[in-house]
Structures are given as structure tokens and as C-alpha cells.
Design a protein around this ligand. Structure first.
Ligand code: ZN
Length: 321
């Protein structure tokens, strides 16, 4: 399987939010750059193409300052459907995307949808978020770093300028080459532009130290937490359903927390985020993680405090009229 290291540049509407028409993507892709790596992570091909703008015909200041591209250069490019066709042919059949951060795949699919082209997939796409691999695998922390930070960290020669699609794809590939340890590569990501359509497509995956579940879509937010699978608190090592030590609680109706206890493996903390998908459905991303007893007590105090504060806030409301 090949790895397609992808980077996009995009322009955005120069008008304010109000003038934006809702059917247009906020970001119009103006350049696609990519590097192809083979199974041994060797560069075997490159792709670089400007896209002729069809949606926004003036260059946003941020875009112009960042990538030094002028409209008249872009007009020499090919239209998005043509570039996409050539790009996918170049990608071949058996590949996985690798990008710096999760946005490129999202914006690519938004543009594909706008032009009514065939979707990349009808379900979540497994990919390598190289920025995440670098943070978790090398820095051992969750904070995301810039591409330039990673380049400096590995002392990679900066032989071509940054902030053009091909160069950023090239540098991302250079960083990726240094992250190909299987322990690091197991932190794969899933793009959820298309969420799982049914139970069969739902994602359940183990990572070192935690477990992730991505649910199918529901019409309303409340239906999500009412679903048995979403609300269940299992031990992901022995797969038993566990009784909750602390029931699902939420301070904002979007992020839910709970804790359960497995006799064999200890305390497990569950975090469930309810998200809205591109097609307007609601779905859950639930992670489970083992925690110590001290951590459990600390969280319990924190959440109780949050509950108290909420109560006081609610009590005050009628008097404030
Ligand atoms: Zn267990």
C-alpha cells in the first residue's frame, strides 16, 4: 500500500460571514500538492497542481500573505474537477492518506461535495494525522506543534520554501519518514466527513492506553446518549459491561463523563463527545481510559463542584429578571 502525503492550499471568501452563501464551501482549494511513499516509505512520486478558482475570484489577504500566490497565476491552473481526476488517478487504488492535521481531508471532501464529484469514501476514512503522530509519538503529549517545529526538531534541511502545497507535503513526508515505528503508526486517525451509516460501520479501535468508539448518526442530540451502545460502559480489555461508579454527567450537553470499575483491571474513565456531522446528524465519539483511584477521586470532586456551581447559577436566574 502506498502512502499519499497530501497538502492543500485554500483561499477563502473575502466578504464577511453575512455575504457567504451557505451552499459554497468557506475554503476553496487553490493548490494540491502530494508526495507518494511506497511500503518502505521511500518517495516514489510527486504531484503538484494549481487549481483555477471558480468560487472566489479575489485573493483573501491571509492567503496572499501566507502563500504568495496571485490570482493571475491561479488562472493558469486547471479547474477543480479536472485536478481531482488527475490526482486520484495518480494516487492509484491502494493507498492511505497522511496529512499535517485533520483539516486537509475535511476541506478536500467539502470541495468534492460542492462540485458533486464522486466522494472519496461513503464512510469514515482511516488516515495518518502526522501532526498527531509527532505529538503523541515523539513529544509524548497532546499539544499540536507546527510543521516547522517538527522540521527543526529532526534537523531536516529546509531546502525549499514553506507554505506551498507541494513543499508542505514534502516536509510532512520528511517528518513522516521518521515516525514509521509501528508503535507510533498505530495511532491512526479517522476522518468523519462521512460518519458510520449503521452499527456495522461503527468504529471500535484500541490504542495504547485508550479505546475509541465512533457511533452511527442520530437525528437528535438526546437520542445519542439514549442509545445502549453509546451509553454503555464496558471494560475494553475483558469486554464486560461494567456498572457505573459515576453516572454520565455533562456540564454543557455536549461532553459527557463517567467512571466505572472493573474488578480485574481497575477504574475506567469514559469521555463521550456529541458531534454534529456534515449531513446534520449527531454522533458520539467515546474514549475509555484506565485511571488510578486517586485520579478517580479528584475527578469526582471536580464534577461535583461543577454540578454545585450549575445549581447555584440556575437558582439565581429567576431573581435576575
Ligand atoms: Zn476488565
Amino acid at each position: 500500500m502506498n502512502i499519499i502525503v497530501l497538502d492543500l492550499e485554500w483561499n477563502q471568501n473575502s466578504l464577511g460571514k453575512k455575504e457567504r452563501s451557505s451552499d459554497k464551501p468557506v475554503f476553496e482549494i487553490i493548490e494540491i500538492g502530494a508526495v507518494k511513499l511506497n511500503e518502505n516509505y521511500e518517495m516514489t512520486g510527486k504531484f503538484s497542481q494549481l487549481v483555477k478558482p471558480q468560487i472566489y475570484h479575489t485573493m483573501h489577504k491571509i492567503t496572499a500573505d501566507l502563500i504568495h500566490l496571485q490570482m493571475k497565476e491561479l488562472k493558469k491552473g486547471k479547474d477543480f474537477p479536472t485536478v481531482m481526476k488527475e490526482f486520484l488517478e495518480w494516487c492509484g487504488k491502494d493507498y492511505i492518506f497522511a496529512t499535517w492535521g485533520p483539516l486537509d481531508l475535511l476541506e478536500l471532501q467539502r470541495n468534492i461535495k460542492y462540485y458533486n464529484l464522486e466522494p472519496l469514501s461513503d464512510r469514515p476514512i482511516k488516515f495518518y494525522d502526522v501532526q498527531k503522530l509527532f505529538s503523541l509519538g515523539i513529544m509524548k503529549e497532546k499539544t499540536r506543534k507546527t510543521l516547522e517545529f517538527a522540521i527543526d526538531y529532526f534537523k531536516i534541511e529546509k531546502d525549499i520554501p514553506f507554505h506551498r502545497a507541494f513543499s508542505d507535503a514534502y516536509y510532512t513526508a520528511k517528518v513522516f519518514e521518521r515516525l514509521t515505528n509501528p508503535d507510533i503508526l498505530q495511532f491512526v486517525s479517522f476522518d468523519t466527513f462521512h460518519i458510520p451509516k449503521d452499527k456495522k460501520e461503527e468504529i471500535k479501535i484500541s490504542f495504547p492506553g485508550y479505546f475509541k468508539y465512533i457511533s452511527r448518526g442520530f437525528d437528535t442530540k438526546s437520542e445519542v446518549m439514549e442509545d445502549r451502545e453509546v451509553a454503555s460502559t464496558k471494560c475494553y480489555l475483558c469486554h464486560r459491561n461494567l456498572k457505573k461508579k459515576i453516572k454520565w454527567n455533562s456540564s454543557n450537553g455536549k461532553n459527557y463523563n463517567s467512571i466505572s470499575y472493573c474488578d480485574v483491571h481497575g477504574y475506567i474513565k469514559y469521555k463521550c463527545r456529541i458531534k454534529k456531522s456534515e449531513n446534520g446528524k449527531y454522533y458520539a465519539v467515546k474514549t475509555s481510559k484506565f485511571i488510578t483511584e486517586e485520579k478517580m477521586i479528584k475527578l469526582q470532586e471536580e464534577w461535583n463542584k461543577g454540578k454545585e456551581e450549575k445549581k447555584i447559577k440556575n437558582m439565581k436566574l429567576p431573581n435576575q429578571k
